[in-house]
Design a protein around this ligand. Structure first.
Ligand code: S3P
Length: 171
């Protein structure tokens, strides 16, 4: 049975796009933790933040991740903040192969321009708020098994790189 493959990193870096491609390439199931949270709560992530607050969201996110991480043969795209939770992170590091998709916040801010789906981000000062989140998180993202530079690579190329590392890594 294959170890789960985890994708972590900032919102908008492409975890879901790359994750879907990887799941096809590696013949594994794809799971996006944000989607599971939304289905369980019958609400969008933005609505959960607005109506119940971030602390409530983080609680649900943690429970969802702990259930999903126990599954087998999955490519899992974690919500951008999930790996920051020490319980989720340790479980992911112990059971799965974790990849940090890293990208400069300048590039990210161009991609996320106009988004209404990311409640943590202040759209009036996009680059600054993304940089603040990135600076707080980068050391913890850095605990992932592999860091993938996504600045100059397309999703197919990133997928290829990750699949190669995953398939050839020593167990
Ligand atoms: C968050 C990232 C989002 C979502 C929520 C919080 C974060 O997921 O979980 O808005 O804290 O970085 P994506 O990384 O899939 O956008």
């Amino acid at each position: 049975m294959k170890k789960n493959l985890i994708l972590t990193g900032m919102m908008g870096v492409g975890k879901s796009t790359v994750g879907k491609k990887l799941s096809i390439k590696l013949n594994m199931e794809f799971i996006d933790t944000d989607k599971v949270v939304e289905i369980n709560e019958s609400m969008s992530i933005s609505e959960i933040f607005k109506q119940k607050g971030e602390a409530h969201f983080r609680g649900i996110e943690k429970n969802v991740c702990m259930t999903i991480l126990k599954k087998k043969n999955c490519v899992i795209a974690l919500g951008g903040g999930a790996f920051i939770n020490s319980v989720v992170r340790e479980m992911a590091l112990n059971r799965c192969v974790c990849f940090w998709l890293d990208i400069e916040t300048k590039l990210l801010s161009k991609r996320l321009l106009g988004t209404k789906k990311r409640p943590l981000i202040n759209s009036l000062n996009l680059e600054k708020s993304l940089t603040a989140v990135y600076e707080k998180r980068k050391d913890l993202y850095g605990l992932a098994d592999f860091k993938i530079d996504c600045n100059k690579s397309s999703a197919p190329l990133i997928t290829k790189k990750i699949a190669k590392i995953y398939e050839t890594r020593p167990n």
